[in-house]
Write a protein that binds this ligand. Structure first.
Ligand code: 6R9
Length: 666
């Protein structure tokens, strides 16, 4: 792509923060942007200063591109900052977690409870031979034992590597060996749509493939043996794996008997806090490394400013701790701010499609942070589900993970937020550790579909392929490649075991900036619009067109709930646009509707973007974290064998699309 990206979609609706919201907001002074921009180090140091340090840093930043060190010489512990210091300050009785299991069981943990449990677990890890500097693999369902395990590792200075509890034995095997983990913490199972994810059995399978560095497997009994009553629940039939006495230990046999006190290890600011693997589009997963002081500074500062926490808030981030969003905005950011939050184990449609809204109503959730893919699914299911529930406790809504189409934004705003909640559309990555582009809800005007401005202190701009800063050379509006120009505290410190890949992936395309891999545009008012991964951008008759804009125009049609668009090889145009569309509720896909929707795109953003073909489908291929896998749709459309499908959440979706496509073509 040598030209700029054509920007087709325009959006003029502006929502300013309501005066009542602004009046109570944590951040209400627009001058922070300028202050943070002129003195980014001073700005970040101020946020670091809100944390408890065992020893103060001697230098804020050392930057030898692409390697940053933040708060050099500082000594700190992440668990202490997320737990102990709140108890020491007299906030121990505050509820930390409202943990709701899928079957409906609810457990409350105060910060004092978390402190007690985490110390016992940390002592148990030590008893199993885990020391500062070791790696521990966590493979569990979403719930208090997973978050406790992360904090217990942090407490003793071991790095956690969480593997999402839906990945296969092969994925666990690969990640354990890459990180040379010594211990696995897992559970017998996790509830998912009324069935059991056989976590322990899958770990057994991974062990059978050969994990020479693993010494022990610690197993939490979440589900219990089939047919028995455990935690008040009766488990259905499932495979619990095979117990290996020399390797496997029950959590309940070890943890409760441990001494109640375990000192927090004093860690260097730059000591490794965790590794989290991202699959990326090709090749073997990358173990993204995050360290302690800077990561905690970035996540706690953004949490406070973006989510506007007040002591009375009930916050719910629906992400699983298997993803970065769960690390930064379930565990470290919110807990460093002593927040009360909901942890939910299950799926949004179990027992019914109103489960999320039942949870909001029951626990009086005031801040909800979820993904556009979930919102579009709720749109497809229809308004009746949220409308059954009292959502009046909500005061702030957030999204992350993909661009949110303006229509989905409007739906979220009206149907969930009752028109009164600001929406924070937050752009960031596993690699950035914390939110980079976002509104600050008390002071930033928002536009449906735009992530608005950089977080104060962050410097993002738009480059072309040659590394020219298009904002300087071209002016606004402009579209191109999103880059970050200066180091930030929560940035990744590397890829575990592969410094070359780190340099090549993020720092080789441009000599003076971090390349995020995303396309973006800046509109005439300086608002950022994320256009998706650069690999997905289409080249149609010489124009670079983002899939996101065509998808948004599709979703803008009242019959459409969700859409994915790809460029398919075409003799004349280079690429032709193919669209895959999920219809809302009970709408039926007819030939007439097909033509009407394609015409709608042409009318909305121009004839160039009219899809050549459009397929109705019931599902789209998505990663397990809910991102659309356009690469697989391209394989389908171009009649290729399917590429790597290991990160796909439901492989059946693609095979059914493939046969539908072949029927049409044939
Ligand atoms: C936090 C997370 C990162 C990629 C990122 C981009 C996409 C995330 C977005 C967004 C548009 C947003 N992305 N947030 N695109 N608007 N608000 O999702 O991390 O799983 O590493 O994915 O997700 O493409 O580059 P990760």
């Amino acid at each position: 792509m040598s030209e700029t990206i054509d920007t087709l979609l325009s959006e003029d609706r502006i929502y300013s923060p309501a005066p009542e919201f602004r009046a109570q907001a944590n951040m209400d002074d627009l001058s922070v942007y300028e202050y943070a921009n002129t003195d980014p180090e001073g700005w970040w140091a101020q946020w670091a200063g809100r944390l408890d340090w065992f020893e103060h840093w001697t230098k804020i930043l050392e930057w030898k591109q692409p390697y940053a060190k933040w708060f050099l010489g500082g000594k700190i512990n992440a668990c202490h900052n997320c737990v102990d210091r709140h108890v020491i300050a007299g906030r121990g009785e505050k509820v930390a977690w409202i943990a709701e299991g899928e079957p409906g069981d609810v457990r409350l943990f105060t910060y004092s409870d978390v402190l007690r449990e985490v110390q016992k677990l940390a002592n148990a890890l030590k008893a199993l031979g885990i020391q500062s500097g070791d790696r521990v693999c966590l493979y569990m369902g979403q719930g208090p034992e997973l978050t406790l395990s992360m904090l217990a590792c942090a407490r003793i200075g071991a790095a956690h590597s969480v593997v999402f509890g839906g990945f296969s034995a092969t994925s666990i095997h690969e990640r354990i060996n890459d990180a040379s983990a010594k211990l696995v913490i897992t559970a017998d199972g996790a509830w998912r749509r009324g069935k059991i994810v056989e976590l322990k059995k899958i770990v057994d399978d991974a062990m059978a493939m050969g994990c020479p560095t693993i010494e022990k497997v610690l197993v939490y009994e979440r589900v219990g043996a089939p047919g028995t009553l455990t935690n008040g629940l009766a488990a259905p039939e499932y495979d619990r794996g095979v117990w290996d006495d020399s390797r496997d230990i029950w959590w309940h046999d070890l943890v409760p008997n441990q001494p109640a006190e375990c000192r927090c290890e004093s860690m260097d600011s730059e000591d490794l806090l965790f590794i989290l693997y991202t699959s990326g589009s090709t090749g073997k997963p990358k173990g993204i490394m995050h360290t302690t002081g800077g990561y905690l500074t970035g996540t706690s500062a953004t949490s406070y400013c973006v989510f506007d926490y007040k002591p009375t808030d009930i916050y719910w981030c629906t992400a699983d701790c298997g993803w970065i969003t769960g690390h930064s905005y379930v565990v470290y950011g919110p807990m460093a701010n002593c927040v009360t939050q909901v942890l939910f184990e299950g799926a949004p449609d179990t027992p019914d499609k109103d489960r999320f809204w039942r949870i909001v109503e029951k626990h009086k959730v005031s801040i909800l942070y979820t993904a556009p893919t979930a919102i579009r699914t709720f749109m497809k299911w229809g308004e009746e589900y949220p409308q059954r529930c009292d959502l009046s406790s909500l005061r702030l809504l957030g999204t992350v993970g993909e661009p949110i189409n303006p229509e989905a934004w409007m739906w979220y705003h009206h149907i969930i937020g009752d028109g009164k909640c600001p929406i924070v559309d937050t752009w960031w990555q596993t690699e950035t550790g914390a939110i980079m582009i976002t509104p600050l809800p008390g002071m930033t005007d928002t536009r449906p579909g735009s992530a608005t401005r950089t977080f104060p202190g962050v410097y993002a701009t738009i480059y072309d392929e040659e590394g020219n800063d298009l904002v300087r050379t071209h002016g606004l509006p402009v579209g191109g490649l999103l880059v970050l120009k200066r180091p930030w505290p929560s940035m990744l410190r590397g890829i575990w075991g592969d410094p070359e890949r780190y340099e090549k992936t993020y720092w080789s395309k441009f000599s003076d900036a971090y390349f995020a891999g995303d396309g973006a545009k800046l509109d005439q008012d300086g608002f950022f619009w994320l256009l998706g991964r650069v690999d997905d951008i289409m080249l149609v008759s010489g124009h670079n067109i983002s899939t996101m804009e065509v998808e948004s125009a599709l979703v803008d049609h009242p019959a459409v709930a969700e859409a994915a668009v790809i460029g398919k090889n075409h003799d004349v145009k280079g690429q032709a646009i193919s669209a895959f569309v999920i219809l809302r509720g009970n709408v039926t896909g007819t030939e007439a509707l097909n033509a009407e929707i394609r015409a709608h795109v042409a009318a909305k953003i121009g004839p160039l973007a009219r899809p050549d073909d459009l397929f109705f489908t019931a599902e789209l291929p998505k990663t397990r974290s809910g991102k659309i896998m356009r690469r697989l749709l391209r394989d389908v459309a171009e009649g290729r064998a399917l590429g790597d499908v290991t990160t796909l959440s439901d492989p059946a979706v693609v095979s059914s699309l493939k046969s539908q496509y072949e029927d049409k073509e044939g």
